[in-house]
Ligand binder design. Structure first.
Ligand code: SF4
Ligand code: FES
Length: 244
C-alpha cells in the first residue's frame, strides 16, 4: 500500500505545531498502525530526519499509552480497538491519513503525538484504590458477590486510562474514566467502606485538573476502545449524591 500521512509535528509544549506530509510506500495491510509509524520512522532516520514521536508500551491494548486521533477519531475509525490493535487493512491504498495528538487542555502536548496524561494519574491517586484489609484469596472466595455485580465490576475494571473519552468529548470530560474507576470498587463489598471518600476525592481532583462536565452526547462511549458503558456515569452521579 502507498499512503499519504499528514502528521502533527511539534517540538515541545511551548513550540507552535503544524502538520507535515509524508508519502510512504511499502505498507503491508498486515501491519499494525504503530508498525506503519515504525516504518515511516525508519525511513526518516535513514534520511537523517527527525522521527515522529509517539507513545506506546504494551502494543497489546493494555497500557493505554498509544492514543492519537486518526482521521479525527480517537484510536481510529474502528470501534473497540486501541491504536496498537488497529490494522492497516482497514485503510485503502492511496488513502490520506491525518494523525494528531489528543486535543484537550488537561493533556498538553509534550512532543509530536505524545501528550502528558498525568492529570488522569492524579485522579487515580486521589481515590482509585482500596486501603481496607481485603484478606487473602480464600477470604475473597468466602465473601459472596452477586454474579451480575462481579460482571459489571469487571467490565468497569478493564478501563485502560487511555484518555480517548476525554479526547472525544467536546467538554474534555473525564467522567467516563472516573465512573469506570468508581464503579469498579462501588460494586464490590471490599470497595464499600471507603466509597464516600473515594467518589468525593476523585470528582474533586477531576475538577481541579480542568476536565469538563459530561456533555451527554455519548461520544466517550462511542470512542472508548474498551467499550466502557455510559451507565457507569449514572452510577458515578448516584455515588456522588449518596456521599453527602
Ligand atoms: S473509559 Fe475508555 S476511553 Fe476512557 S480512559 Fe477508560 S478505556 Fe480509555
Ligand atoms: S501500546 Fe499499550 S494499549 Fe496500545
Amino acid at each position: 500500500m502507498k499512503l499519504r500521512l499528514k502528521i502533527w509535528r511539534q517540538k515541545n509544549a511551548e513550540a507552535k505545531g503544524a502538520f507535515a506530509s509524508y508519502d510512504l510506500d511499502g505498507v503491508s495491510p498486515d501491519m499494525s498502525f504503530l508498525e506503519m509509524l515504525d516504518l515511516l520512522n525508519s525511513r526518516l532516520v535513514s534520511e537523517s530526519k527527525e522521527p515522529v514521536a509517539f507513545d506506546h508500551d504494551c502494543r497489546e491494548g493494555i497500557c493505554g499509552s498509544c492514543g492519537m486521533y486518526i482521521n479525527g477519531y480517537p484510536h481510529g475509525p474502528v470501534p473497540g480497538l486501541t491504536t496498537c490493535h488497529l490494522s492497516m487493512r482497514y485503510f485503502r491504498d492511496g488513502e490520506t491519513i491525518t494523525i494528531e495528538p489528543w486535543r484537550a487542555k488537561p493533556f498538553p502536548v509534550i512532543r509530536d503525538l505524545i501528550v502528558d496524561r498525568s492529570a488522569m494519574d492524579k485522579i487515580q491517586v486521589a481515590g482509585g484504590f482500596i486501603s481496607v484489609t481485603a484478606g487473602a484469596a480464600p477470604e475473597a472466595n468466602s465473601n459472596l458477590v452477586r454474579k451480575h455485580s462481579s460482571d459489571l465490576a469487571f467490565d468497569s475494571a478493564i478501563c485502560i486510562g487511555c484518555g480517548a473519552c476525554v479526547a472525544a468529548c467536546k467538554n474534555a470530560s473525564a467522567m467516563l474514566f472516573v465512573s469506570a474507576r468508581v464503579s469498579q470498587y462501588a460494586l464490590l463489598p471490599q470497595g464499600r467502606p471507603e466509597a464516600k471518600e473515594r467518589v468525593r476525592a476523585m470528582v474533586e481532583e477531576m475538577d481541579r485538573q480542568g476536565f469538563g462536565n459530561c456533555s451527554n452526547t455519548g461520544a466517550c462511549e462511542a470512542q472508548c476502545p474498551k467499550q466502557i458503558r455510559l451507565f457507569n456515569i449514572a452510577r458515578l452521579n448516584r455515588e456522588y449524591y449518596k456521599s453527602y
